[in-house]
Structures are given as structure tokens and as C-alpha cells.
Design a protein around this ligand. Structure first.
Ligand SMILES: Cc1cc2nc3c(=O)[nH]c(=O)nc-3n(C[C@H](O)[C@H](O)[C@H](O)COP(=O)(O)OP(=O)(O)OC[C@H]3O[C@@H](n4cnc5c(N)ncnc54)[C@H](O)[C@@H]3O)c2cc1C
Length: 383
């Protein structure tokens, strides 16, 4: 392995790959990415539901979506890699008055940022998704510009274009130490060798807490299991079936191939590294899923898996330079909605490192320092 690098990126998921690409694309000469797995994207990036949405509750997340989804629209042309962007829309269904009030405020904020979302009545929900049983639903929100993207296409596009621009991206390379001396980053030690560097980006997804500890930094990112099932083909399923979310149950559906992908978050699952499918949760999930989407009763489960959300105390990512040492940066903790923000996050990290400060979007609300003042209100639209 090379002995020096201008920047070492730790983690080869969407955050690391996007950061490496944007650094190389800006002309940073010696970018090294180290990924512990045998392939890129074996962490959360390879296990997610592929959803993209503008429907968030904070201005900074809405802006991250606008920047990222704009990049996805241009991805095939600029990165020579199709990413299967589909605008099927996201339909949030609500059964709680306080949620409806909060989502109504969220829509006002989204509209102020130019997002064409709107509040919808139960009758409109039934018209948008006639397949869904709307029992108990008092309203919802809809944005026709939300939808789906191919996670692997996005990741591979960043990996291959980063390499084409001169970055070195290694698999089977585990970061085991980050040496800091005199208040500065000095060196990263990996299972493939050691490299002197003035800058390190921690982009290790759910493992970011452990990687932060290598530099003596406490990063409040917790791994939390989330599981998904995909059904066999369902006859007559509409091509434009939307991404439907029963918010209070954290239950969701979207079209996947000719079948349905469905997930339901177990909000009581404690932090941990277990990624086996929880059988008892599986039955509860499928029972609730069939109640909401009765056509699932005719389908078989073809695939099932669990992955890890990388959750922070306010469900917001931690982005930017860390105050503990010069040259230490973090891009992690996207709390289960990071695939869609990965393109923007990498661009912002490159600005933070090369220009001294991210400037396309103000990332101050996402900096590590916010936790020193205690945890404030974070993102509400978390599934
Ligand atoms: C079930 C599920 C559904 C989801 N659905 C969506 C969705 O619909 N839309 C959306 O936007 N997001 C979704 N997400 C969230 C999204 O997948 C994540 O936010 C995103 O992939 C995080 O990317 P990352 O690069 O930070 O982490 P990861 O993809 O986990 O990448 C981190 C990498 O770091 C590597 N690593 C760890 N430690 C080290 C080390 N010491 N040295 C070197 N490498 C190391 C790991 O091997 C890993 O490959 C979902 C997640 C799950 C689990």
C-alpha cells in the first residue's frame, strides 16, 4: 500500500465512495479509501430499501435531498452509470392528530424550499393507493417527486469514477488505528499497511463509533437492526404503485420488480450488531403488512434480510471537521436515510476538506459540537 495520502477515507459505503469521488473530482491528488469488507457496499448501503424523498422535517435534510436527487438526475450522463431513478411518489399515511399537525408544518417547510408536497385527505389517499386499506387513517402527505433509486448503481458509479480520477480504493483493508499527535492527525494504520496523512474522514456507517474511538473521539452513532422482506410477483400490481408509509407503525411498502418490498421498524430493538432476521418480528410485521395491503396475502416471501441503521440521538447525521484534532472529519450517522443523502454529503465533505468549510449547504446544524449543548429537536420523519 502507498505510504502517504492527502486524505484517507475510512469506509466503502455510499458516504466514503461519494467523498472519495468528490475529492478526486476536485483535483485532490492522493485520495485513499480503505474498506474492511471483501467488496464495497456490504454495510448498510447494500441492504437498504432504495427510497429517496424530499419529505423531511428539517430544512437541512430537505436541502440535502434537493442537492442529492439533482445529482441522481444527472448521474447517468455525468457518471456513465444508470441509477434507475423512479418517481413513484411517497405517500405518508397518518392516524394520529399530533402527527398530522407536525406533517402539515413539515409540508409548509418543504413548500418553502420549493418541494411540491401536499397534505392529503383519507379520500385522496384511497385514490392515490386504492390497494391500501385506509382504516383509521385521518390524513397524510404526498410528494410525487419522491421515489426510488438503485443503491448499487449509485455506489458503483462513485467507486469507478473516483478510480478513474486517480483515487485508490481498497477492499480487505481494515483501519485499526488513527494516530493523532500535537493536535493533528498523523497516520492511519490498516490491515494492509500504515499511511501517513494529514486528513482522515470517518465514513464507517454503523461502525463509526468504533472508528471514532480509534482517534479518541466519541461519536454517538448506534447500530440498530432493521429488516425487510420482498415478495414474489403480484399479478396486476401497478407500475406506478407509490412508496406507502404507515407512519405510526413504521411500516412501508414499495414496488420491487413485479412484487412488493416491505419493512417495518421495530422501535424497541435495542442497539446491537445482530443482523439475523428476527422471526417473532417477522410475523408481527407480515401480519400488519397484510392488514394494510391485503393483496400481500396472495404472495410468497422470496427474500428477507436485516441491516443496520446508524442512529444518532437526534436522527440527524454528523458532518464536517471534528474539533478534537486538525485533519479529523466525520460523515456518518444518517439514521436510516443516508443512501439518498450520500451524493450531497460527499460533495460537502470535499468542500469542508479542500475549501476549509462546506458551502453549497450550511452544515452547521449537523456538526458534532451540537451534542455538547445537549440534544435538541431532530428529524421527525424517521421510519
Ligand atoms: C433495512 C434498511 C433500509 C434502509 N432504507 C433506506 C432508504 O430507503 N433510503 C435511504 O436513503 N437510506 C436507507 N437506509 C439507510 C442507508 O442504507 C444508510 O444511511 C447508508 O447506506 C449509510 O451509508 P454509509 O456509507 O454511512 O454506511 P455503510 O454502507 O454501512 O458503509 C460503511 C462501511 O465502513 C466499513 N467499515 C467499518 N469499519 C471499518 C474499518 N475499521 N475500516 C475500514 N472499513 C470499515 C464497513 O465495512 C462498511 O462497508 C436503510 C438502511 C437499512 C439497514
Amino acid at each position: 500500500m502507498q505510504k502517504t495520502a492527502d486524505v484517507v477515507v475510512i469506509g466503502g459505503g455510499i458516504m466514503g465512495a461519494s467523498t472519495a469521488y468528490h475529492l478526486a473530482q476536485r483535483g485532490c491528488k492522493h485520495v485513499l479509501l480503505v474498506e474492511s469488507g471483501e467488496m464495497f457496499g456490504l454495510g448498510s448501503t447494500g441492504l437498504n430499501a432504495g427510497g429517496i424523498r424530499y419529505q423531511f422535517a428539517t430544512a437541512v435534510n430537505i436541502e440535502l435531498s434537493k442537492l442529492s436527487i439533482g445529482m441522481m438526475e444527472r448521474f447517468a450522463d455525468e457518471m456513465d452509470q444508470p441509477v434507475g431513478l423512479r418517481r413513484c411518489g411517497y405517500l405518508f399515511m397518518l392516524d394520529d392528530r399530533a402527527d398530522l399537525e407536525q406533517f402539515t408544518r413539515n409540508v409548509a417547510l418543504q413548500n418553502a424550499h420549493g418541494v411540491p408536497s401536499r397534505v392529503v385527505s383519507p379520500a385522496e389517499i384511497a385514490a392515490l393507493a386504492p390497494e391500501v386499506d385506509v382504516t383509521g387513517i385521518i390524513g397524510g402527505t404526498w410528494c410525487p417527486r419522491d421515489g426510488l433509486v438503485d443503491p448499487n448503481g449509485l455506489l458503483q458509479g462513485f467507486v469507478s469514477q473516483a478510480r478513474r480520477r486517480g483515487a485508490t480504493l481498497l477492499t480487505n483493508a481494515v483501519a485499526t488505528a488513527i494516530d493523532v499527535a500535537g493536535g493533528r492527525v498523523q497516520r492511519v494504520v490498516t490491515s494492509a499497511g500504515a499511511v501517513d496523512t494529514p486528513a482522515v474522514v470517518i465514513a464507517a456507517g454503523p461502525w463509526s463509533g468504533d472508528v471514532g474511538a480509534l482517534a479518541g473521539v466519541s461519536l454517538p452513532v448506534q447500530p440498530i437492526r432493521r429488516q425487510i422482506a420482498v415478495t414474489s410477483a403480484i399479478a396486476g400490481l401497478r407500475a406506478d404503485f407509490p412508496f406507502v408509509i404507515d407512519f405510526s407503525r413504521a411500516l412501508y411498502f414499495h414496488r420491487e420488480g413485479a412484487g412488493i418490498l416491505t419493512g417495518m421498524s421495530n422501535r424497541d430493538d435495542p442497539p446491537g450488531w445482530d443482523t439475523s432476521v428476527d422471526e417473532s418480528w417477522r410475523f408481527r410485521h407480515l401480519e400488519k403488512a397484510m392488514e394494510r395491503l391485503p393483496l400481500l396475502a396472495d404472495a410468497d416471501i422470496m427474500a428477507e434480510w436485516a441491516g443496520l441503521y446508524e442512529v444518532t440521538p437526534d436522527d440527524q447525521p454528523i458532518l464536517g471537521a471534528l474539533p478534537q484534532a486538525d485533519g479529523l472529519f466525520v460523515c456518518a450517522g444518517f439514521s436510516g436515510h443516508g443512501l439518498m443523502h450520500g451524493p450531497a454529503a460527499g460533495l460537502l465533505m470535499a468542500e469542508e476538506i479542500l475549501d476549509g468549510r462546506a458551502h453549497t449547504i450550511d452544515i452547521d446544524p449537523l456538526r458534532w459540537g451540537r451534542f455538547e449543548a445537549g440534544v435538541g429537536a431532530g428529524e421527525y420523519n424517521v421510519v
